[in-house]
Design a protein around this ligand. Structure first.
Ligand SMILES: [Zn+2]
Ligand SMILES: [Zn+2]
Length: 265
């Protein structure tokens, strides 16, 4: 009997220990994630400069049918490396998941991140998460589509299904639209344009006040049409991109100056 009680007490103790370990683990996970659960634009300097973080890890999450083109991924690597100041380098990780059921609200996109993101900022490595979604944005209408969204300090969604639909998956068109959308959303987590109201160019000089948080320069990557666009304008834009032959970049007068002011290149 005594032995039975002892055994019973032992199991209770074990359960308590296990339970408190689980709690510690959960707290630890929340703590690790807190750094990646901040407002858009807050981490611009941390991403661009080498002050707090010496390296960067970009985790790209997608299901097999929605992997961006190899050309897009290659271009993306050089885009990031030419903008950020990370002496210990930038790592690109691919995480393969199953198709998720769209269309998605931003809160569903956040839930998917909670479940699927595996890499968080740790030590002097800052982590960024990009989800290439297997569905459209639920805000799309018959005439307008959302191509991507930067919704937190280190979180981006690219509506890959939408990009495939509007380009009929023609490889060159798809690559151009993927790259433009991806770079544009990265521009937002880099703080462009005036996301945290700390733009070095005052008033309406840089920010397009008719389309807040975007650039007034029409050829710039941060021009408003790169994110959400009417289908008619998208056709025109695709034609313009074709003529340009390459992906738009940050304009040298304003956007690049802002990135440099935050420690980028
Ligand atoms: Zn935008
Ligand atoms: Zn610009």
């Amino acid at each position: 009997m005594n032995c039975y009680i002892k055994k019973f007490a032992f199991f209770i103790l074990l359960a308590l220990i296990t339970f408190s370990c689980k709690e510690d683990q959960d707290n630890q996970i929340l703590q690790n994630r807190a750094e990646n659960r901040k407002a858009l634009g807050i981490s611009a300097e941390d991403l661009l400069s080498d002050d707090s973080y010496k390296s960067m890890t970009v985790e790209m999450v997608f299901s097999p049918a929605y992997r961006p083109t190899q050309q897009t991924l290659d271009g993306f690597t050089s885009f990031i490396n030419s903008r950020v100041n990370k002496p210990d380098g930038v790592r690109f990780i691919e995480t393969i998941i199953s198709d998720q059921n769209g269309p998605f609200s931003i809160s569903q996109i956040r839930n998917i991140e909670n479940e699927q993101r595996t890499i968080y900022t740790q030590g002097d490595d800052i982590a960024v998460y990009v989800y290439f979604a297997s569905g459209n944005a639920n805000s799309d209408t018959n005439t307008t589509v959302t191509l991507g969204s930067a919704y937190q300090n280190t979180s981006i969604v690219i509506y890959e299904k939408t990009l495939q639909e509007v380009t009929n998956s023609v490889p060159d068109d798809l690559t151009r639209l993927e790259a433009t959308t991806l770079y544009h959303e990265f521009g937002h987590i880099f703080g462009l344009v005036n996301i945290q109201n700390d733009d070095i160019h005052p008033g309406d000089k840089h920010e397009d006040l008719d389309h807040p948080k975007h650039c007034i320069i029409e050829d710039c990557l941060m021009y408003f049409e790169a994110q959400s666009i009417t289908k008619d304008n998208l056709k025109l834009r695709m034609e313009r991109l074709k003529v340009l032959q390459n992906i738009p970049s940050f304009d040298l007068d304003f956007c690049i100056e802002d990135l440099q002011a935050k420690g980028g290149n």
